[in-house]
Design a protein around this ligand. Structure first.
Ligand SMILES: [Zn+2]
Length: 856
């Protein structure tokens, strides 16, 4: 799955192979295993109620009195076991963890049976399980079964280790398009109803089953190694040209990487107008948020990365995750980490102009992973909220660690290890150790030990190197936070300068203190060659100054690392603002746009210290140091610009437009915003989003109605998002109007939270936000997907303001224990807020002092 988000000739062998399922209370007993499941559903997108039957072939390995399966929110209307002519009636009762138990009067002797279950349910309006999405007056049914939601659609052995073939049959009104994981085997029509039987699947877990029913249009996906189509809501087939053009080359690149052809018989995509996540890697039927598939024919460079990267991620899962599946949800992080790594690899191979080579993925993980209450990547998972806890971090931390291994052993060896792993475990389940074993097998390093330290402990190390070559490691944390002492096995890829000569070597550090005599005479040490290490580092101030004078020795990634690392040391309380600003100012002058942009990004991170008392001084700093750079770039894209230049412009424009208080820039923004509102093709969406943000932040309440009118008219999801989520109004009347829209049909359930978040992040004083949420809580909770309900504290309420924090505490106190997972999210919100408040306390005076230089 991409959040923003996912099989053996003899199924029996699969279950008994490798790691036997552990008997724990939250999983079905290992003494009964399924080998094949047939599902028949009677569904109509225009009728919420549906019914179904399922037949599951099972093997009972020990005599028993009851058979367990999962179901949630369904009504089981009948259950029985058959074996030849023999039928055993089962009475079904509900147990914990969504398990149901079918009990027999007499003992069920060990042997093979068919478990028959009939059931009824309601198609929900949330966005998991089997759900309804109404779009432009038409109803569509979609599914999202990862991670534990298949049980909401039909009874099943809903655990990833039960990797068996399925066969889906769907009866629905004749006019509907019906699609599932496999090609259609047969279709019959009677009295206006069609019954579509799909081919039996390869062995797969329940969470990868998918089907969709609705009045779809479609476009052919040609040039793949199997047949494929893109299904879209009615009327949108002509918006798929961009992805139809690029999908084949991505699939081919991955087939070459794994050296295994795409393992299934067809490959369809479907654009979903109401989707909590980014996309889901269902076998042969990948679902995507509509904004990722429905695009301009030739989007601007900066709008290509998102869709192409997500497609590469979901396609990579067809091997890693689908062909080889984790045994249990505690290794979901590896599934996601690998798909993210493979997507980055593919993007670098195919689209160098999109600049993935210069992205530093660790930076997406370091913030959350510095929290004192962060959990290790590898943790016990029992129920749904356990899976989601920290999942976003697990993608980025996991990818960072895979990248660290790749850089250590080389891309060739890494690929060889992955190929060996795939060939050994194809169609089966694995645990993370299987991958480390495969990678150990092709390298000279003890990767397993390194992995253990990084994955079974939270956080990451700070490597401090002193002028005598003494190397010390400690757990990195922000100033004032309390963490326990830890050590890691850390590969240091050193670059250092001695006697005017630059040298390189790799050393492993696994103790708290190590001495490297070769560094004692160094003019400077840079311990993170190519910026692939998952750690922070500190060198003496004199060495950092020498390094800044020698920046030509570093590549762009490394220069960015110096900057981000110095900023992190500031947050850790290791250095003062006086140490960061010279690095920032030096790199803001760099010739490369990608490095300059990193400097702008870091400068933007100081805005939590900007308030009414220093706002004008901050505006002066921006005007003096950065307005000339923006003026040089102008707000109009020119022919031949690189992706980095475009992004630099966008970053500068966002920062200066918001904080520089520059009349000309605000006027220009109003003009661009109006231009976009009347014709969305006239301004690139990224620029338009900033123009709307700047204009609405500085007044223009009359623009609101025009924005909403344009939103209703807009066709492309990207344009709709730009219009709706860029507004930065802060007056109570317009804020309430924006929030009210979140509850209307104009905003899908999956997007409801984004509207609230876009209001929250813009309000200095959030009184109006919490008043509205108090008043509309029931409506808000019943509209949003459960996942968003549980994560509200983190998404909506992180703040760096004491009064807003108090409002959040008051708001969540009576509700946080009522919704599954919300209490954990609340803790994460409290941690990050307190961390920010501590930093503010520590650095406010220094920051003001620094800014005051611009006031004089
Ligand atoms: Zn994924």
């Amino acid at each position: 799955m991409r959040r923003v988000i996912a099989l053996l000739s003899c199924a029996l062998m699969l279950i008994t192979s490798h790691v036997s399922a552990k008997d724990v209370e939250y999983r079905l007993p290992s003494s009964i295993t399924p080998t094949f499941q047939q599902i028949h559903l009677n569904i109509d997108p225009d009728t919420p109620a549906y019914s179904g039957t399922t037949v599951i072939d099972i093997t009972v390995k020990e005599d028993t009195k009851k058979v367990g399966f999962y179901q949630q929110d369904l009504t089981v209307t009948g259950a029985s076991l058959t074996s030849g002519d023999n039928t055993i009636a089962l009475s079904v009762s509900e147990g914990d963890y969504n398990m149901n138990w079918g009990s027999a009067e007499d003992t069920i002797a060990k042997g093979k049976y068919k478990l028959h279950i009939t059931f009824e349910g309601e198609i929900n309006k949330s966005s998991d399980g089997m759900y309804l999405s109404s779009f432009e007056g038409r109803n569509y049914i979609f599914t999202q079964f990862e991670d534990m939601h298949a049980r909401k659609a039909f009874p099943s052995f809903d655990e990833p280790a039960f990797k068996i073939p399925y066969q889906m049959t769907i009866t629905s009104p004749e006019k509907q398009v019906v699609v599932s994981n496999t090609p259609v085997e047969s279709r019959s029509v009677e009295d206006g109803m069609q019954t579509v039987k799909f081919e039996k699947t390869k062995p797969m877990p329940t969470y990868l089953i998918a089907y969709t029913v609705g009045p779809f249009d479609s476009a052919e996906l040609t040039g793949l190694s199997v047949p494929g189509k893109v299904y879209v809501p009615k009327g949108y087939a002509d918006k798929t040209k961009f992805i139809v053009k690029h999908t084949p080359e991505i699939l081919t690149a991955l087939e070459n990487f794994f050296d295994i052809k795409y393992p299934y018989k067809k490959l369809d995509f479907v654009a979903v107008p109401n989707f909590t996540h980014g996309a889901m890697e269902n076998v042969g039927l990948i679902t995507y948020r509509d904004s990722l598939l429905l695009l301009e024919d030739n989007p601007p460079l900066t709008e290509r990365s998102g869709p192409l990267n997500v497609i590469a991620h979901e396609l990579a899962h067809q091997w890693f995750g689908n062909l080889v599946t984790m045994q249990w949800w505690d290794d979901l992080w590896l599934n996601e980490a690998f798909a993210s790594w493979a997507a980055s690899y593919t993007m670098k191979e195919l689209y160098p102009e999109l600049n993935f080579a210069e992205r530093i993925v660790q930076e997406g993980a370091f913030g959350a992973d510095a929290s004192p209450t962060v959990k290790p990547v590898k943790k016990v998972v029992r129920i749904q909220p356990d899976v989601m806890d920290g999942l976003g971090l697990n993608y980025s931390k996991g990818e960072s660690i895979l990248q660290m291994i790749e850089s250590l052993i080389g891309t060739e060896k890494f690929r060889e290890g992955v190929r060996n792993y795939m060939n050994t475990h194809a169609w089966r389940n694995t645990v993370a150790d299987d991958l480390w074993a495969a990678l150990d097998g092709v390298s000279d390093f003890n990767l397993s030990a390194m992995m253990k330290a990084y994955l079974e402990q939270p956080g990451y190390p700070l490597i401090s190197i002193d002028s005598d070559g003494k190397v010390t490691q400690s757990r990195f944390h922000y100033a004032g936070a309390d963490v326990k002492a830890q050590t890691w096995a850390v590969p240091l890829k050193l670059t250092y300068k001695v006697n005017g000569k630059i040298k390189q070597e790799v050393v492993f550090i696994d103790k708290k203190t190590t001495r490297l005599p070769q560094l004692a005479e160094a003019e400077w040490v840079f311990p993170n060659d190519d910026a692939t290490g998952y750690f922070r580092w500190a060198i003496p101030a004199s060495q950092l100054n020498a390094l800044l004078n020698d920046l030509d020795a570093l590549n762009n990634r490394e220069k960015k690392n110096v900057l981000y690392n110095t900023q992190a040391l500031l947050n850790a309380g290791e250095v003062g603002i006086d140490s960061v600003m010279p690095v920032l100012n030096t790199l803001a002058q760099d010739d490369e746009a990608v490095v300059k942009r990193a400097a702008v990004g870091v400068l933007g991170q100081f805005t939590y210290l900007v308030d009414d008392s220093n706002r004008s001084d901050y505006a002066l700093l921006l005007t003096q140091e950065y307005m000339p750079v923006l003026n040089q770039l102008t707000l109009s894209p020119s022919e031949g610009e690189t992706e980095s230049e475009i992004k630099l412009r966008n970053s500068l424009y966002g920062l200066l437009g918001t904080y520089a208080n520059n009349d000309a820039l605000i006027k220009k923004s109003e003009k661009l915003a109006k231009q976009y509102i009347s014709d969305p093709t006239s301004v690139p969406s990224a620029i338009a989003g900033i123009a709307i943000a700047v204009s609405t932040k500085h007044g223009n309440p009359e623009m609101f109605d025009n924005i909403i009118a344009a939103y209703k008219q807009a066709e492309l999801p990207n344009v709709k998002q730009t219009l709706l989520y860029s507004m930065r109004y802060s007056d109570t009347e317009t804020v309430n109007k924006m929030l009210d829209i979140a509850l209307t049909d104009l905003v899908t359930p999956a997007n409801t939270l984004y509207m609230v978040v876009s209001v929250a992040r813009n309000l200095d004083d959030q009184t109006a936000l919490y008043a509205w949420m108090d008043k509309n809580l029931d409506a808000l909770i019943s509209k949003m997907p459960e996942y968003h309900v549980s994560r509200m504290p983190e998404f909506v309420s992180r703040t760096c303001d004491t009064a807003n924090f108090k409002r959040a505490e008051d708001f969540y106190a009576p509700i946080k224990d009522k919704y599954e997972g919300m209490a954990r999210s609340y803790t994460i919100m409290v941690d990050s807020t307190q961390q920010c408040l501590r930093l503010k306390d520590t650095f406010q005076d220094d920051f003001n002092r620094y800014l005051s230089e611009y006031a004089n």
